[in-house]
Design a protein around this ligand. Structure first.
Ligand code: PRX
Length: 652
């Protein structure tokens, strides 16, 4: 996003009210009703959440709603439940076995449908496969898969037997996969022979083979046959999914483990300030309750909805709002394997028409990209089934918001701009679609039970429109519980700046109506197309290239992606910064980390701006990359004369 559009967010003051028709039928029907619920929820949070928790199925009721154990929060201790049971058996037992749970559309247009009973049977079969290979409560399973139904089935099967899943986005390289498998010491890996992306086959199994070459913890690899891609199957270690589930002794029933509320459910790695990705840990009951309740109110869940979230399950959005949230609400959730524009630019809109999608949730990047392709594509499709739209992952610029509202929502669908994070488990700041008047670019107001604030560096509260650090002042059920294997990092990263207050890592402000406007990250994280990339991780992959001596990475605004990566690179003596070197470096990063981490621009330089103690001043580099004339104070630099030279070499 350019500075201009950030300014336009700041100036945006149009207000859009939900239609009377939408509100009259919504779970929360007016701003007044929201305010009443909100007030109660923060005056008596434990009572509020306990009441909601009663809607879930518990094997054993909790005795303590919330406890602060030396800075580690515990919810619903004493209680026992199972998330797979709550997403499947609960609905089948309530007579909804024939309702559609999952619709899957493949890249080539093939469609598979699973009712709740069918999905339950598939999950049970795979649970039995896992059990048959010795998997038990607490074991870690790494899932590195394309967007196929087996991915959702694998997650729910892990949850059913109490194994902890750790999903790695299929776009990550073998190296990134290796780090994640090693960190959580996975016992089993689930993958596929490959996947389709815009007509091309992308191999996955080969990345797993490379990732676990020297690994000692992985005992088995289960492989889904997706594209008949030739793969090498290692004897005794590698198993075909279809062989395993069709064995005679594999039954289609499997009792769900009774899990303690605070047992681990999944680990999801995400980028932070230092090089190593953090394993964000979520647990059973609090996470389930949080995604259940947020899905219900934010997406105004209705029994006949067809809900489609376009994210990949490899990210938190897919975990919470393709699988667990919708299924906990007995909704019909759609999963799509391909990309928005293949084979034609109206692919998304054709899917909406074909499956009569009623609730559609995507990223601002996708909205911007589809907007650029022209109105004729959505206009050719019948989008009448849509009643609610959503966005997630990055701020949405008002221009894209208005296009989404007019061309896709036909000015009748509310838009929920939802702010949240891997760590928060579920949506935190958001409109409730029947209640909250929306302003393009603002995530609006907190979800009930959530107490956000904007704090200045000294810990005092910022005034309206002043801006500062976005924090959450009270614990909530969906919050991360720790960083896997590194509790100290959990405390330092999230609770180190302000005592007992969760630091989100975003800068934001609220306006005179109390509406929150999130500006973006204020740490060393770059949101590229809504994906979260750590600059330190990219830098370490840049310097691992044979000719690179030193590197520093900063974000620059990008019209479609929001932000992209600008790298300053110092080459080793004797190497020239040619176009070929640049291409090789980009290819190296793509191979080592994944395509999403590729630098958009590389500026070769013999010098980086450093303080006398040798620290690279990224603030100055950021200003230079953005083409700012004034790069701020340079007096702390060991050699301020590098600045004009760097400005001269800027890549436009
Ligand atoms: O900077 C915020 C941005 O995405 C970050 C979290 O990224 P991740 O953990 O990958 O989760 C993304 C999906 C939940 C936040 O710190 N972000 C997310 N939603 C919004 C947003 N920024 C502005 N507006 C949003 N609606």
């Amino acid at each position: 996003m350019s500075d201009d559009s950030i300014t336009s967010i700041l100036k945006e003051d149009r207000v859009f009210n939900p239609t009377a028709e939408f509100s009259s039928d919504a779970h929360v029907k007016s701003l007044k009703e929201y305010k009443k619920i909100y007030k109660k929820s923060i005056e008596h949070p434990e009572k509020f959440w306990a009441e909601k928790a009663k809607q879930l199925h518990w094997f054993k009721k909790w005795h303590t709603i919330l406890r602060n154990d030396h800075g580690f929060f515990k919810w619903f201790e004493g209680g026992e439940l199972n998330i797979s049971y709550n997403c499947l058996d609960r609905h089948v037992n309530a007579g909804k076995g024939n309702k559609l749970a999952l619709i899957w559309e493949a890249e080539d247009g093939e469609v598979k449908r699973y009712t709740y009973s069918e999905l339950l049977a598939e999950v049970c079969k795979f649970s039995n496969v896992l059990k048959g290979h010795g998997l038990k409560r607490g074991d870690r399973v790494c899932i590195y898969m394309p967007m196929v139904p087996e991915l959702a089935i694998a997650m729910l099967a892990c949850a059913r037997i109490g194994a902890i899943h750790s999903i790695v986005f299929g776009g990550f390289s073998s190296d990134s996969l290796k780090d994640r498998i090693d960190d959580c010491e996975a016992k089993l890996v689930i993958t596929a022979d490959g996947t389709f992306r815009a007509g091309k086959i992308i191999p996955l199994k080969v990345n797993v083979d490379l990732a676990i070459k020297k690994n000692k913890s992985v005992e088995k690899v289960v492989v889904v046959k997706r594209c008949k891609n030739k793969v090498t199957m290692k004897k005794k270690r590698d198993l075909w999914w279809h062989d395993e589930i069709s064995k005679d002794n594999i039954e289609d029933t499997c009792p769900a483990e009774s899990m303690h509320s605070e047992d681990s459910l999944f680990i999801l790695y995400t980028s932070g300030t230092t090089g190593k990705p953090k394993g964000v840990l979520h647990t059973q009951a609090g996470y389930l309750l949080y995604v259940y309740q947020t899905f219900k109110w934010v997406f105004d869940a209705k029994d006949n909805d067809v809900y489609w979230c376009t994210a990949d399950i490899g990210w938190i959005t897919g975990h919470s709002y393709i699988v667990y949230g919708p299924l906990a609400n007995s909704s019909t959730t759609l999963m799509f394997e391909g990309v928005p524009t293949y084979p034609s630019p109206d692919r998304f809109w054709k899917i909406v028409e074909k499956h009569k999608v009623s609730v559609f949730y995507t990223a601002p990047t996708a909205v911007r990209a589809l907007m650029r392709l022209g109105d004729e594509w959505p206009k050719k499709c019948n989008l009448k089934s849509l009643r609610l739209l959503g966005t997630v992952g990055e701020p949405i610029n008002p221009e894209a918001w208005i296009w989404y509202h007019k061309i896709i929502g036909k000015e009748k669908c509310p838009i929920v701009d939802t702010w949240w994070q891997t760590e928060t488990g579920g949506i935190m700041i958001t409109p409730l679609p029947g209640a909250t008047p929306t302003k393009p670019g603002s995530a609006t107001l907190p979800f009930p039970g959530i107490v956000p604030a904007i704090l200045k560096e000294d810990g005092s509260e910022a005034k309206a429109n002043e801006g500062g650090n976005l924090v959450i002042k009270k614990p909530w059920p969906g919050m991360l519980r720790t960083v896997w294997g590194d509790p100290q990092r959990y405390k330092e990263t999230y609770f180190g700046k302000y005592e007992h207050i969760y630091l989100a890592g975003d800068s934001a402000r609220y306006d005179r109506d109390g509406y929150f406007w999130v500006m973006g990250r204020n740490d060393d994280v770059i949101k590229v197309s809504g994906h979260r990339i750590g600059t330190a991780e990219v830098e370490s992959h840049l310097v691992s290239y044979k000719d690179v001596a030193e590197a520093a990475v900063v974000p620059i605004p990008h019209k479609i992606k929001g932000w992209s990566i600008y790298a300053f690179v110092t080459l080793k003596k004797g190497t020239k910064g040619t176009e070929k070197t640049r291409k090789n470096i980009v290819a190296h990063v793509a191979k080592e980390m994944g395509h999403i981490a590729k630098p958009e621009r590389i500026q070769f330089t013999d010098f980086l701006p450093k303080t006398r103690s040798g620290k690279i001043m990224r603030r100055i580099l950021k200003a230079i990359a953005e083409g700012k004339k004034d790069v701020g104070n340079t007096t702390t630099l060991a050699d301020p004369s590098v600045v004009p030279r760097l400005i001269k070499g800027r890549i436009k």
